[in-house]
Design a protein around this ligand. Structure first.
Ligand code: ADP
Ligand code: MG
Length: 257
């Protein structure tokens, strides 16, 4: 390279353009191209394809970290045979993310350990792969954040933060009761996202019990009205995967279920 000013100049430009993959492998790329007698267009296509795929992978990694998932699990890693009540076809259709384009919501209901969070994260990952901004939050953390922002006169700003992502995952509605003011703020958020951005929501409580969660059947009905108008609901009826794993590890006997 030292005695080839043209090559040195190419390296300099690759660095300026941050085409790191090409920067690292330029000499091999050039040798391969000349050995296999690639045309100019084939060479350029190959080079750009590699750069684009590196950038895409990086973007996905970054957006996955921005999404704040509690763990990263894919749809491919989900054992559907363990959860026969789940409509696999419906889920695979969701994986194409047309629900995000249509700003529809997805709700997973079911007892603990049945895969609600796993499936929400998996759909969130699919959305990220399609270029949609995604954010994960537990319902409890969301309500604390909204209440805090309200107290600090920053509610508007906070609501905007939760409305920017095309997909907002609200996990575990129902594990902790929601105070009336928190319920009202959650209603405001859900109303704002209504027909504008998708919500993926999980709950261990059936819709009939939502009045108890929010301590107010009227606000619960108003929330459900917006949430369910354009939505796909999964009612998982199976057993806990966590318990199954414990049983397999010999920590629990089958009768302990
Ligand atoms: P919850 O319904 O309480 O949100 P999770 O989705 O967090 O349950 O599932 C609990 C654990 O079990 C997670 O580690 C998840 O990846 C795993 N899991 C649950 N169901 C399945 C399944 N059918 N196939 C593979 N892993 C599963
Ligand atoms: Mg969960």
């Amino acid at each position: 390279m030292d005695n080839n000013p043209q090559l040195a100049h190419i390296y300099e430009n690759l660095q300026k353009l941050k085409l790191n993959k090409t920067f690292q492998h330029l000499e091999i790329l050039l040798q391969d191209a000349s050995k296999s007698e690639l045309s100019y267009t084939d060479f350029l296509e190959k080079l750009l394809n590699e750069e684009v795929s590196v950038k895409y992978e990086k973007q996905i990694l970054m957006n996955t970290s921005i999404a704040k998932f509690p763990y990263v699990k894919t749809l491919e890693a989900f054992d559907f045979s363990f959860q026969p009540s789940l409509e696999v076809k419906k889920l695979r259709e969701l994986a194409t993310c047309t629900f995000v384009e249509r700003a529809e919501n997805v709700v997973f209901l079911g007892p603990p350990g049945t895969g609600k969070t796993h499936l929400s994260v998996a759909l969130g990952l699919k959305a990220i792969q399609r270029g949609y901004r995604t954010l994960f939050t537990s319902a409890a953390a969301l309500i604390v954040a909204l209440n805090k922002a309200y107290a600090e006169n920053r509610l508007e700003e906070k609501l905007k933060t939760y409305c920017v992502p095309k997909v907002l995952i609200i996990d575990e509605i129902g594990y902790v009761p929601v105070d009336p003011h928190g319920a009202h703020l959650l209603f405001q958020l859900i109303s704002r996202r209504y027909e504008r951005g998708s919500i993926i929501l999980t709950s261990n409580r059936g819709f009939g019990q939502w009045g108890d969660i929010f301590g107010d059947p009227i606000i619960a009905t108003a929330i459900l009205d917006r949430l369910l108008h354009h939505s796909i609901v999964f009612n998982i009826k199976g057993e806990s995967y966590r318990l199954k794993e414990k049983q397999r590890a010999g920590l629990l006997k089958k009768s302990d279920d």
